[in-house]
Design a protein around this ligand. Structure first.
Ligand SMILES: C[S@@+](CC[C@H](N)C(=O)[O-])C[C@H]1O[C@@H](n2cnc3c(N)ncnc32)[C@H](O)[C@@H]1O
Length: 265
């Protein structure tokens, strides 16, 4: 027992180091240096189509992609589009990058960076959609939520005018917070559903399961989804938000008969 507890972290550390070394060899994995993204413009900004994918197909991002399950699955389904997964954790990205490399997927890339630096990586209009999959809800630090106005302000600098953001999460806090944020900023909510499997909404696209999603589902936690646009050009404000009352309000709207409403009243 004593040896196991000593050896296990060493083995885990070795495995991470092996993955980090292999990450250096993947052409599809970009690992920007801090000086390339901190108050700077990354050399690929505005040139992803030309230099990474060698085509001008639409680009879709997955933020906080972890092992990249959505990125890879979407790329397999939509060969006429390009997909880029972003995460800060190199050992997780290794899995997606390895898969994409082994399968010679020309429409997949990964970036190891913090989403906070995303403006340094993409030019205006360069991205057509964003998926945010099972992001940390940051219960106590709203400003770190990937749908906080600080982040949405960054995304709208490079999202195409008709660009859509897809948020899939187990976190009712993140789901309802984002719905309320969209409502109080007059953004278009294309769809919202607070139990995609229970309501039968999980089609081929929405039933792609990430690593975290599989574990939440095994615990019986409902999975939520919403799709929205940042189509308000004005400065974005934070919702004056209190979790409980809003959760009740939205539950009534979406849960009554499993019907999916497309508008917030
Ligand atoms: C709960 S995991 C979900 C991973 C994956 N989407 C899934 O569903 O399996 C959240 C991921 O977001 C990444 N992440 C959180 N905040 C981030 C940030 N500001 N910049 C980059 N990655 C971030 C973490 O490293 C982690 O891999």
């Amino acid at each position: 027992m004593v040896w196991a507890s000593v050896i296990q972290p060493i083995e885990m550390g070795k495995d991470k180091l092996r993955k980090f070394r292999e990450n250096e060899t993947f052409a599809c994995l970009i690992q920007p240096r801090t000086d390339e993204v901190l108050g700077a413009e990354h050399p690929l900004k505005g040139r992803w189509g030309e230099q990474m994918f060698h085509n001008q197909n639409p680009i879709v991002l997955e933020l906080g992609c972890g092992k990249g399950e959505y990125t890879v699955a979407l790329a397999e389904k939509y060969p006429q589009m390009n997909f880029i997964g972003i995460d800060i954790k190199g050992a997780r990205l290794w899995k997606g990058a390895k898969y994409a490399t082994l399968n010679k997927m020309g429409n997949v890339a990964f970036i190891r960076t913090r989403v906070e630096f995303i403006e340094s990586l993409f030019a205006p209009g360069e991205v057509s959609q964003i998926w945010i999959t099972f992001a940390d809800p940051q219960e106590k630090k709203a400003k770190k939520r990937l749908t906080h106005p600080l982040f949405l302000n960054r995304y709208r600098k490079f999202l195409a005018p008709d660009g859509v953001i897809h948020l899939k999460t187990d976190s009712r806090l993140l789901h309802f917070y984002t719905l309320e944020l969209a409502r109080c900023n007059d953004m278009t909510v294309l769809e919202h559903n607070d139990d995609i499997y229970g309501s039968g909404r999980a089609d081929e696209l929405l039933s792609i399961k990430t690593f975290y999603e599989a574990s939440f589902l095994a615990q019986g936690i409902p999975i939520t989804y919403m799709a929205f646009k940042i189509d308000n050009p004005r400065p974005l404000v934070e919702p004056d938000w209190d979790q409980e009352p809003y959760e009740q309000k939205y539950k009534t709207l979406t849960r009554a008969d499993g019907h999916v409403t497309s508008q917030l009243e």
